[in-house]
Design a protein around this ligand. Structure first.
Ligand code: DI6
Ligand code: FE
Length: 420
């Protein structure tokens, strides 16, 4: 008989497959095989087709440890220059995020630092943050531009994002966020900046193959519906999917707008009404919840979780890792906060950082443990899925596999502060 010969086989695993929402779909006493970067077999150990030692080149018992798909952080601004510790201090002393933004701080302060950072410095400090997320179980990462607000620096950010993906061997998806803030040099020429973004920057970066999606900051302190629509029209012409920062601080009905373009996701959503939710449900647009920003800005208005559930809008959870509103470096913590602050169940929050996050990026080959899926998975120092939301902080990762290869603990556990 010709038995399969797999690259790697893990035995005695507690497998959270996420194959069937809403539960985590746990297989106890499980086994999972990886071959040529894909999941080749998954099931109960007792159902393996032969003695384990005959089935794979490497066979490892993991003593009941929890295994999940590699985590997917579907909304980050991880590439940026400098930091905004000073503003954190000012906010602790009573200043608001909007006041700082209107006074020339906020996003624009990071734009200045990002423009001034050379490519190598930008890469080093951003790579260190990506390593930290990876050490906490993230194997797929979305990174937005939006701190350049001019072609050259937007391009540099996107190139740095792609370079991080190549260096770490993880998947990085890039989104163009040219409509993030109005750059100071365009303060009196708003329409010209929107034209520059839509008619020059977006087509150029798309032609260079640097973009997977297009995003905008649709807010009172950001860009209007009309400006966002113009961007989406251009994205559609270029064949790029859209997503949107919508309803974080104000209600411009951005969720309905992005749904109109069958967008991948609407993100933040503290200000969101039922008609927007219905539009998202009809379009298959994912709701991306960002509890790190809610927490850091001391928001009190919750996203409408019960209505999202009622209309069966898939909810993803992400870090929104950025220097201003969410300097967050743990996706697992974001999931925990989604439970505590937004009252998601642990199973919902965990679907939010696996299956639903994959969908928010338009990816169908990951987010669950199933035969044929990419073999990105995490072995945890935990025995049940809810533990990943329950423990606040601490390193729970035992091993990360990316495309079937174990990521050396040494290379990922370097402190993120040391790399720059
Ligand atoms: N929403 C956010 O939470 C980040 N960007 C955005 O559009 C904040 C970016 C920053 O403050 O630097
Ligand atoms: Fe954001």
């Amino acid at each position: 008989m010709n038995l399969p010969r797999w690259d790697r086989l893990l035995l005695n695993a507690t497998l959270a497959t996420f194959a069937d929402a809403p539960s985590c779909s746990v297989i106890e006493h499980g086994a999972i095989a990886m071959h040529h970067g894909r999941i080749a077999w998954i099931g109960r150990m007792g159902d393996l087709p032969a003695a384990p030692a005959t089935l794979a080149t490497s066979v490892l018992s993991i003593d009941g440890a929890l295994v999940t798909p590699g985590l997917i952080d579907c909304h980050t601004h991880l590439v940026f220059g400098g930091d905004r510790v000073h503003e954190f201090d000012l906010r602790a002393n009573g200043a608001s995020y909007e006041e700082l933004a209107r006074a020339g701080g906020g996003i624009v302060a990071t734009v200045k630092a990002t423009r001034e950072a050379g490519e190598d410095a930008l890469y080093a400090q951003s790579l260190a943050r990506a390593r930290t997320l990876l050490a906490d179980g993230v194997t797929t990462l979305e990174i937005k531009s939006g701190y350049g607000l001019e072609l050259e620096t937007e391009r540099r950010m996107l190139q740095v994002a792609r370079r991080i993906g190549r260096k770490l061997g993880i998947t990085v998806r890039t989104s163009f966020l040219g409509l993030h803030a109005l750059p100071p040099e365009y303060r009196e020429r708003r329409a010209d900046y929107v034209s520059l973004v839509c008619d020059e920057m977006l087509p150029a970066l798309a032609a260079e193959g640097l973009l997977d999606a297009v995003d905008a900051f649709c807010e009172d302190i950001g860009f209007s519906r009309e400006e966002t629509r113009r961007l989406f029209e251009q994205a559609q012409r270029l064949g790029l999917p859209v997503k949107l920062h919508a309803g974080q601080l104000s209600d411009l009905d951005g969720a309905a707008l992005v749904a109109e373009y069958r967008g991948l996701s609407a993100d933040h959503l503290e200000h969101l009404g039922e008609s927007g939710i219905q539009a998202m449900a009809a379009a298959g647009t994912v709701a991306v919840l960002l509890p790190g920003a809610f927490y850091a800005l001391r928001e009190t208005r919750l996203p409408p979780i019960e209505l999202l559930r009622k209309h069966r809008v898939p909810m993803a959870v992400a870090t929104d890792c950025n220097p201003g509103s969410s300097p967050m470096l743990s996706l697992r913590l974001a999931a925990g906060m989604a439970c505590t602050l937004f009252r998601l169940t642990p199973a919902e929050a965990l679907h939010g950082i696996t299956t639903h996050a994959a969908r928010a990026l338009g990816l169908t080959d990951r987010g669950t443990l199933a035969v044929g899926q990419i073999a990105d998975l995490v072995v945890w120092n935990a025995r049940q899925p809810a533990e990943l939301c329950y423990w606040i902080g601490g390193g729970l990762v035992r091993e990360v596999y990316v495309c079937g290869e174990s990521v050396s603990r040494r290379s990922v556990s370097r402190c993120w502060r040391n790399a720059s």
